[in-house]
Design a protein around this ligand. Structure first.
Ligand code: CTP
Length: 402
């Protein structure tokens, strides 16, 4: 996610400083080059040696000392593509908001021209204090990015909002801030996961969809600056940060939510594995077993994408097809019949593709008849490849004035 990116990590003097060590590891694992700057107080919680070992680089703590010689605040400004301040204490937030620059970290914040992400972590009462809130607001207005702290048990013994956000979330935000915002202005509606079609209060019909492809699409679109609504059937994945998640169970509920959000959307990507049929009758009580067989009558669910196709106007509509035979012919026929701009076709016979896997191997069939076969890739990479096609279509339409 962060291959080759140069990140300056500012660590302030709060108990969450120990978590900054894990953050350093994660940033490095994602491919970033990390330079750590610590305040004097931070070095009382965790030694610079810890960060030196983890980052593989000398840690900077002093504007005037030896370490400030080759990498001072000016050099850091030229070096950094992103600065993360984690934990950001009330003191550092206040200093940055008021233009105080009295140590290497605060002078660096003032010199940088790259995005700066503050990750506040402090006692809940401190965080809620109107002064800290005002300062955070001031930072946001000045173009700094601020990640809300998480709620939970705090090291000081109280419970409330003030915990350093999850490391994975900080890394996700870092990736977003370092990505080109080439989908800014798009409002993308993604559907994901299976649907559940109940026939009594405890049983339902469903399929093996894990939601991974749709969730990867939502995360990738958000990272590239789009506003994202994710209408999802029941899955075990957490919704990606910054995405509006709308959870549904049945195909009919999914239909309703998709139609509700259609008006505001500019792009619709239907990655959900919608059940084509539902039990015709839903028993109020649990169905008891009998000696004979149980016959369930099934009736058709609404075809969501076909309905979107009819109402889409100039929106871009992308569908998925999962086939076990005649992949290209069947997928192309679905695309035409349902008014899609392009379709992403999965071959059920391919190793590592389709439901449950972290990878996918797809063919992208465009409305103009062109077909592209992508190699086996991580679902996040497939998501970016799909979004690249969306971007290309948008560019072509703008050029043609439609
Ligand atoms: N889809 C939908 N509503 C349904 C069924 C499918 O919106 N009731 C969407 C899926 O999200 C997917 C596309 O239609 O983007 C193709 O789904 P698929 O199940 O492969 O196609 P079907 O048209 O249902 O054809 P079949 O099941 O006969 O292969």
């Amino acid at each position: 996610m962060l291959r080759g990116k140069r990140v300056v990590l500012g660590v302030c003097g709060g108990i969450a400083a120990y978590k900054a060590a894990e953050l350093t590891r994660e940033l490095i694992r994602e491919g970033a080059e990390v330079r750590v700057v610590m305040t004097q107080n931070a070095t009382r919680f965790v030694t610079p040696l810890t960060f030196q070992v983890l980052s593989g680089r000398r840690v900077l703590t002093d504007t005037f000392g030896d370490d400030g010689y080759d990498m001072n605040h000016i050099a850091l400004a030229d070096y950094a593509e992103l600065m993360i301040i984690a934990p950001a204490t009330a003191n550092m937030v206040g200093k940055a908001a008021s233009g105080i620059a009295d140590d290497l970290l605060s002078t660096t914040v003032m010199t940088l021209r790259c995005p700066v992400l503050f990750c506040p972590a402090m006692n809940a009462a401190m965080y809620e204090s109107p002064i800290v809130q005002d300062n955070l607001e001031k930072l946001r207005r000045a173009g700094f990015h601020v990640l809300e702290p998480a709620a939970g048990d705090l090291a000081c013994g109280v419970s409330g909002k003030g915990r350093l956000p999850e490391i994975s979330l900080i890394v996700t935000e870092a990736a977003r801030l370092l990505s080109p915002q080439d989908l800014a202005g798009e409002r993308i509606l993604v559907t994901a996961g299976p649907t559940r079609e109940p026939f009594d209060p405890v049983r339902f019909i469903t399929n093996y969809s894990s939601g991974k492809m749709g969730y990867a699409l939502a995360a990738a679109a958000r990272r590239r600056g789009a506003e994202v609504v994710l209408v999802s059937g029941p899955v075990t994945l957490p919704p990606p940060y910054g995405v509006e998640a709308v959870m549904v169970e049945s195909a009919r509920e999914m239909f309703e939510k998709v139609m509700e959000h259609l008006e505001r959307s500019t792009v619709i990507i239907k990655a959900a594995a919608v059940a084509d049929y539902r039990p015709a009758v839903r028993s109020r009580g649990k169905i008891k077993k009998t000696k004979g067989p149980l016959i369930l009558e099934l009736e058709r669910n609404p075809d969501i994408i076909a309905e979107v196709g009819k109402r889409k106007g100039d929106r871009i509509l992308v569908g998925f097809a999962m086939e076990s035979e005649n992949l290209v012919e069947n997928a192309a026929a679905k695309m035409k019949a349902k008014g899609m701009d392009f379709i992403v076709a999965n071959d059920l016979n391919e190793e590592g593709a389709g439901f449950q896997h972290d990878t996918n191997k797809v063919r992208i069939i465009m409305n103009d008849g062109s077909i592209e076969s992508l190699p086996l890739m991580d679902k996040l990479e497939v998501a970016h490849a799909i979004l690249d096609r969306v971007k290309k279509l948008r560019r072509e339409r703008k050029r043609d004035g439609s």
